[in-house]
Design a protein around this ligand. Structure first.
Ligand code: ZN
Ligand code: ZN
Length: 676
């Protein structure tokens, strides 16, 4: 082990010399070496194994081109070499001169000398910027300056000279985020700031500066980053804070609004790299101890990421924040107080993969008593099905208006979307649904009246299917609870003066009891005409309703009528489906998806028993057949996307969008839900 000495140290060397197992007496050659260079060579005498006098040397100074050097003493006797000393010699005094980047001396400059094993020395230069440093440890040393300053270079060291430092100092602030405040929720992350924090981008503002929070409240596609020195008092007016903004490789193809660093407020040296994925530049502090701002547009696509790094140098190593875009969609539940609200968990789960955070605004929930409910919306469920409950809520296009007016969530008006979930027991549409038809009863025409009674009488029936594919002849006109038969008149084709109104007890209409028909038994006077061989014309006007439906997004509006009476998962499936319609799914028009391949995708279809655009992902190309799904009932067994809609329900309970729809759902501007 080498021993450590300062330069100029007096070294005393003694030895125990042995030869053939006995203390040696006689001449000894001694070499004093610096590295391999011989500094001194002498011959001394030893008696009984010891030098007659101790050997004494002085360690020469460390040269200016050396950081230290090795010294050794080797003796030779009886052709044997023996190393008597191995030492490392360190400098004791060094000099330093401090200057700024303009080469102006830094009088009384404070600096630190650090060495292992001893306390840091806090020193100051003299008036002339020079300092003499006495080192405290026989060890390597370093000269340091305190933040926000750093050593730009040490000219002499650069040249390979170590004793006479010329130290150039530069100001070099550390930067930090003032807002968003990354030390607090919602922007708080772990010490490495590696997990992305959520930003709900579906609050659109032309300039986040216009929003009191500058987008630093987790909402908005634009954030104004306010930065300062760390600590702020280190900052001086015009100190630079550098930024680097990197958008994720897997971000949506949506290109409007463009993800970018905006030029309001002004930034300097803004440079776009990697096709706009990385933007660099800097801003300058507005005052001593002050701040500077730059604004980032995150885009509005769900799942997009953006990493913002800042620093006092363009290495941007001082602070960072990673953001991931989400869209918030609130929901208000409006229902009859006597019905049970389904769990919305599966709806939340279905929207999560497309970065929509679906959350009920529970404070806005509306529970209607029968008296609060819009007129003619609470009625017996037996109108629709056998065993239907006594007080059922029925909503459709004929009475949706007053339900829409029940929307009270504050999120409807503050630029955030809020879906209005109007939970009903039955969803039937009855607006303007009156079937107006002329029927003919020929002599000999008979119907079973009542149906399945075995009693045949002259008469005629009209199937609901003639009014429309989803038309149901219900026992009441659900618009006002009145008789659905608005008109039923007969007249002889032979003599129009022979006519009359078919009495109510000659008409049977109740699809739960008699099937989906209007059965009309001819009154006696009409039967007489038939018996005379004359046909009878029957003018029928009957109110009907289209349904039942599981849900209705009220034509792209935020109000969604959702039918209960199914499992929570199925109800949630309807919620996601209807909310999907409300945000332009399945995608049809390119205008809503700038930058994406123009929709529709190759399993899109319309109609087939549902209204609006739908998705048949899962169906083979031949069965999809260019959108003319051959068997809409069986298709439900293959179709997996929540945007499947047809006469046959999907087999799966999944509430998620398929991979064909996903890019469009991620890209869509969710904010538009609240604008209709
Ligand atoms: Zn649909
Ligand atoms: Zn799909």
């Amino acid at each position: 082990m080498a021993e450590d000495y300062f330069e100029g140290a007096k070294l005393t060397v003694e030895a125990e010399l042995v030869s053939s197992g006995k203390p040696y007496s006689g001449p000894v050659d001694v070499k004093f070496l610096k590295g391999s260079k011989e500094l001194k060579k002498e011959t001394v005498n030893a008696t009984d194994g010891k030098f007659d006098a101790p050997l004494e040397y002085v360690a020469p100074d460390v040269e200016k081109t050396e950081k230290n050097y090795d010294l050794s003493v080797i003796c030779t006797y009886k052709k044997k070499n023996k190393k008597l000393l191995k030492a490392t010699i360190w400098p004791k005094k060094v000099k330093a001169y401090f200057q700024d980047q303009e080469e102006t001396k830094l009088s009384h400059w404070d600096f630190l000398v650090k060495q292992k094993g001893v306390d840091d020395q806090e020193l100051s230069a003299e008036d002339d910027g020079k300092a003499e440093i006495t080192l405290m440890a026989r060890a390597a040393y370093s000269i340091n300056v305190e933040a926000p300053f750093s050593i730009k270079d040490d000219e002499q060291v650069t040249k390979g000279e170590y004793r006479d430092h010329i130290v150039t100092v530069k100001r070099n602030i550390k930067a930090k985020f003032v807002t968003p405040d990354v030390t607090k929720a919602p922007y708080e992350t772990d010490s490495d700031h590696s997990p992305a924090v959520k930003q709900w981008v579906n609050r659109v503002s032309a300039n986040a500066k216009d929003v009191a929070t500058h987008g630093c409240d987790s909402f908005g596609s634009r954030i104004v980053f306010t930065v300062s020195a760390d600590p702020p008092e280190d900052g001086r007016k015009d100190d630079k804070v550098y930024f680097e903004v990197t958008f994720g490789d897997k971000n949506s193809k949506r290109n409007n609004p463009k993800r970018e660093v905006l030029t309001t407020p002004a930034v300097e040296d803004l440079e776009s790299k990697s096709s706009g994925k990385k933007l660099t530049g800097h801003v300058k502090l507005k005052a001593d101890g002050g701040t500077a701002d730059f604004q980032v547009e995150l885009g509005i696509a769900g799942g997009d990421t953006c990493e913002v790094k800042i620093g006092g140098t363009d290495g941007v190593k001082d602070a960072k924040l990673k953001i991931i875009n989400w869209r918030k969609m609130y929901a208000q539940a409006t229902k009859l107080s006597t019905s049970t609200k389904p769990s919305l968990a599966s709806a939340t789960a279905g929207m999560k993969p497309v970065f929509i955070d679906f959350e009920e605004d529970t404070g806005a929930a509306v529970n209607l008593t029968e008296g609060d409910a819009p007129a003619n919306s609470v009625m017996s469920g037996t109108i629709f099905e056998t065993g239907g409950k006594a007080k059922a809520l029925v909503v459709g296009d004929h009475n949706a208006g007053p339900f829409k007016a029940k929307m009270k969530s504050k999120f409807k008006t503050n630029s955030l979307p809020c879906a209005h979930l109007i939970f009903c027991d039955y969803q039937y549409d009855a607006k303007d649904r009156v079937h107006d038809v002329t029927l003919t009863v020929a002599p000999g025409d008979e119907i079973e009246f009542p149906p399945e009674s075995g009693s045949n009488v002259p008469g005629v029936y009209e199937p609901g299917g003639n009014a429309g594919g989803k038309a149901k002849f219900l026992k009441k006109d659900i618009r006002d609870g009145s008789d659905p038969i608005k008109k039923c008149k007969w007249k002889s084709t032979d003599d129009a003066s022979k006519n009359g109104t078919v009495p109510a007890d000659h008409i049977l209409v109740d699809c739960t009891k008699y099937g989906n028909f209007v059965h009309i038994k001819m009154p006696a006077a009409a039967v007489a005409e038939l018996d005379d061989g004359h046909s009878i014309e029957v003018a029928l006007k009957v109110a009907y309703a289209d349904g039942p439906y599981n849900g209705w997004c009220t034509n792209g509006d935020l109000h969604n009528v959702i039918a209960l009476g199914r499992t929570d998962k199925r109800i949630c499936g309807t919620i996601v489906h209807e909310c999907g319609h409300a945000i332009q799914q399945a995608a049809e028009t390119a205008g809503s998806f700038p930058g994406l391949p123009a929709p529709p995708h190759d399993r899109h279809y319309t109609g087939r028993g549902h209204f609006g655009p739908h998705c048949a992902k899962g169906l083979s190309a031949s069965k999809y057949n260019g959108g003319q799904v051959m068997n809409t009932i069986n298709a439900g067994a293959s179709c997996t996307c929540i945007m499947f809609g047809s006469t046959g329900a999907r087999t799966t309970d999944s509430t998620e969008f398929c991979d064909k729809c996903e890019p469009y759902v991620k890209a869509v501007a969710v904010v538009t839900v609240s604008t209709t």
